[in-house]
Structures are given as structure tokens and as C-alpha cells.
Design a protein around this ligand. Structure first.
Ligand code: C2E
Ligand code: CA
Ligand code: CA
Ligand code: CA
Length: 278
């Protein structure tokens, strides 16, 4: 790696990496591109199915945001979501993405569900929650078909506000999922403190299921969730061997490249209309 050193006024030497500088430069570029982005034109929602392992039938789709910036090209969602949070743009982004996603999913058979990711700011903003609930009722979409995915890290720091907002979504009939389960500090703690209906077992566990220790952890997550009547979805399933292992552990739902990658809505719609599957 490239390193530069700089002597400060006090004579001490700070070492910083060129990588770090480049990252900051590109964050500034992302910030300004996002500030003047035409969300309706530049953003898209892709959908990835999640399936019931027993018959490998599609239960629903997770909505995943995509940004193709005219200036910067494709920016990954975990990058632009963070920037949007930091620069106060997350609310308009979330609302427009949710609206787009609903308008697409509503054209599919009404047995299919939709999962939508909410960020830290979203789940502490009563205004965002109100807008989301308005969209659901304006579109006459059945709230019971929607799951909002949140992470433990987005709850930390403003637990009380998050609890109140999440309760409003749940009272309206929507379900709540704890995403990236097992990667945080106290995933278990949040399971009984928050009104969680579903956990998504993080990909890092699924990719080493053949390790006995990891297999054991996943087995206990599944047992715990069963006893709390919480649904489990295994994330990031890439191989047939992982499907077998999950079935042995009596995991019922899964998502991952093995079944289908996230795709533009047109692709999803076409295969459902033509074949009833993906
Ligand atoms: P996530 O919610 O954990 O979403 C799952 C990520 O794993 C997605 O990445 C998906 O494309 C990827 N994935 C799915 N199956 C596989 C697999 O088999 N193997 C591997 N290696 N990866 C798989 P993506 O689309 O890049 O999204 C990254 C993160 O950005 C998401 O993680 C989520 O936290 C965030 N995100 C995406 N869209 C939105 C959004 O609309 N709102 C908010 N707040 N966050 C979003
Ligand atoms: Ca998610
Ligand atoms: Ca996840
Ligand atoms: Ca994530």
C-alpha cells in the first residue's frame, strides 16, 4: 500500500494511507452526486426471491436498491445508504424506493410477500413511518404481505425511539425481521426486547455450515427461534450442500445466489407470468 507521512505544526508525524484519502475523496463525490440525484430516474429496485426449502417455492422477494449515477456509475447500496443517512437524504430516498417497490410488487399475485430494508434513521423517524403507512393504504396493499428488515446496529443508540416506530409498523399489520442475525454484539438480547417476527441468519454462518462449531450455532439459533415462534431465513445460500445442511437442521426458508440473484423487476415479472417460477 502507499503511505505518505506529514509533519504537523507541532512536529509530530501523522501517517495516513492514500487509500484513506481516496475513500474520503470518493465519499465527497458520492455526497454531491446524491444531493442532486434524480431519484426517480437514477434509482431502481431489484428483487431477490426467498424460498421455502421443502418445495423450493417462492414465498416473496427482498427489495434491494440500485443506483446508477450518471457521473459515478454504479454505487453499491451499503455505500450510498450510509452517505444518505449522514447527509440527511435518507428519508426521501427510502420513501421513493418504497413507493417504487410497492408499485412493482402489487402487479404480482397477492400470495407473494415483500421484504424492505429500513435504515437507522428510518426506524426512528415517525415522519418516515407515517409516509410509509400512507403509501401502503393509498396503494391498498395488504400490510400483512410486508416485512421490514432492520439490523441490530440501526437500533443501538436510540432504542426507545426505534421501539415506538417499529411498534407502529407492526400495529399496522407489517412484520419485522432482524437482519444479519448473529453478527452484532447482542443479537439475542434484541430478540426478546423488540417485537421481532423473523430473523435472517447472516451469510457468514451459512458459508461455513460444514464447520461443526458454526453448524452448532446455527442449530441453536433455529431452536431458539422455534421456541419463540420466530421465523428463520438463511441468507447467502450459494451451494446445494448448504441447502442439504439447512434442511437437516430443519431450517424452513432461505435466500441466496443458489436460488436466484437479485434481478430487475421486469425479469422477475416475466418469469412469473410465463412459468410461475423464477
Ligand atoms: P442485506 O439486507 O443483508 O442484503 C443482502 C445482500 O446480500 C444484498 O447485497 C444481496 O445482493 C447479497 N446477496 C444475496 N444473496 C447472496 C449470496 O448468495 N451470496 C452473496 N455473497 N451475497 C448475496 P446488496 O444488494 O449489495 O445490498 C447490500 C446491503 O445494502 C443490504 O444488505 C442492505 O443492508 C443495504 N440495502 C440495500 N437496499 C437497501 C434499501 O433499499 N434500503 C436500505 N436501508 N438498505 C438497503
Ligand atoms: Ca436485508
Ligand atoms: Ca442481511
Ligand atoms: Ca446488511
Amino acid at each position: 500500500a502507499l503511505y505518505n507521512s506529514k509533519t504537523t505544526a507541532r512536529g509530530s508525524v501523522t501517517v495516513y494511507s492514500a487509500d484513506h484519502e481516496a475513500r474520503i475523496r470518493s465519499e465527497r463525490a458520492i455526497e454531491s452526486a446524491l444531493q442532486c440525484a434524480d431519484i426517480a430516474a437514477e434509482f431502481e429496485v431489484h428483487f431477490q426471491p426467498f424460498v421455502a426449502l421443502s418445495k423450493q417455492t417462492i414465498i416473496g422477494f427482498e427489495a434491494l436498491a440500485r443506483w446508477n449515477s450518471p457521473e459515478l456509475g454504479r454505487i453499491p447500496p451499503d455505500v450510498f445508504i450510509q452517505v444518505a443517512e449522514r447527509t440527511g437524504q435518507i428519508q426521501r430516498l427510502t420513501i421513493q424506493l418504497f413507493c417504487k417497490a410497492i408499485r412493482q410488487i402489487e402487479t404480482l399475485p397477492d400470495t407473494l410477500r415483500m421484504s424492505f430494508n429500513l435504515s437507522a434513521h428510518d426506524i426512528t423517524s415517525h415522519e418516515t413511518v407515517s409516509r410509509i403507512l400512507d403509501i401502503i393504504s393509498e396503494r391498498k396493499f395488504d400490510p400483512k404481505r410486508i416485512t421490514f428488515e432492520i439490523t441490530e446496529t440501526s437500533v443501538i443508540g436510540s432504542y426507545e425511539a426505534a421501539e415506538a416506530c417499529l411498534k407502529r409498523l407492526q400495529d399496522a399489520g407489517c412484520r419485522l425481521a432482524l437482519d444479519d442475525f448473529g453478527t452484532g454484539y447482542s443479537s439475542l438480547g434484541y430478540l426478546h426486547r423488540l417485537p421481532i417476527d423473523c430473523v435472517k441468519i447472516d451469510r457468514s454462518f451459512i458459508s461455513c455450515l460444514d464447520d461443526p462449531m458454526t453448524g452448532g450455532v446455527v442449530a441453536s439459533i433455529l431452536n431458539l427461534c422455534r421456541s419463540m415462534q420466530i421465523t428463520c431465513v438463511a441468507e447467502g445460500v450459494e451451494e446445494a450442500a448448504q441447502v442439504d445442511a439447512l434442511q437437516q437442521l430443519q431450517c424452513r426458508f432461505a435466500q441466496g445466489y443458489h436460488f436466484c440473484p437479485p434481478k430487475p423487476f421486469a425479469d422477475i415479472k416475466q418469469s412469473i407470468d410465463e412459468t410461475g417460477t423464477i
